[in-house]
Design a protein around this ligand. Structure first.
Ligand code: FES
Length: 189
């Protein structure tokens, strides 16, 4: 089926009205690839940051490879890939992780810190995000703590790390975790 590049053939990630602003920016530029930066600006101004869903949406709408969109959004310092929290915990909700308990992890974090997916705690210390698959399915359930992947995480382990962040002990286990990741394994939370 042929697609008209001037038409928004891709549905936005949610019903949020802010997507209309993003769509307007893309429409203004005829859904051309060279409108990428302007479009990412529109997303960031509307939502405060660029998450995976928004990047994927922009990539599909502008018929641009996800790798290019990701490259641009990480190259320019004025784009932020995470909410404003001091620390970020990304819980994988891909199929393997979902089966192995990702919903329970999210539930535990939500109950303990009163934040849901895409939200930041009132004190600005913690942001919670989800991802569809981190590519570490063998280690499900997996999560990313400030950019460092951890495998076979438990609710207690996640809570413990987040409590440490909240109390200001942000550097806990970061270096060993990074080492484990670089060696092809992941730490257990
Ligand atoms: S589904 Fe979670 S890492 Fe693949």
């Amino acid at each position: 089926m042929a697609t008209n590049p001037r038409q928004p053939a891709v549905a936005p990630p949610s019903d949020d009205k802010r997507w209309r602003i993003v769509q307007a920016a893309m429409r203004r530029n005829g859904f051309r690839r060279d409108a990428l930066i302007e479009t990412l600006h529109a997303v960031q101004e509307s939502f405060g940051y660029l998450d995976e869903d928004s990047l994927r949406y922009v990539a599909r709408s502008l018929h641009t490879p996800m790798s290019h969109v990701y490259g641009v959004s990480t190259f320019y310092h004025f784009f932020s890939l995470k909410p404003a929290g001091e620390h970020t915990c990304v819980v994988c909700t891909g199929t393997a992780c979902y089966i192995k308990g990702a919903p329970e992890l999210l539930d535990a974090v939500s109950k303990e810190f009163h934040i849901g997916d895409g939200e930041t705690s009132a004190d600005g210390k913690l942001s919670l995000l989800t991802a569809r698959c981190l590519g570490s399915c063998g280690l499900a359930p997996a999560a990313v703590f400030d950019g460092i992947v951890a495998g076979k995480v438990s609710s207690d382990g996640v809570i413990e790390r987040l409590r440490a962040w909240q109390s200001g002990a942000g550097a806990v286990a970061v270096s060993p975790a990074m080492a484990a990741e670089n060696e092809g394994s992941a730490v257990h939370a």
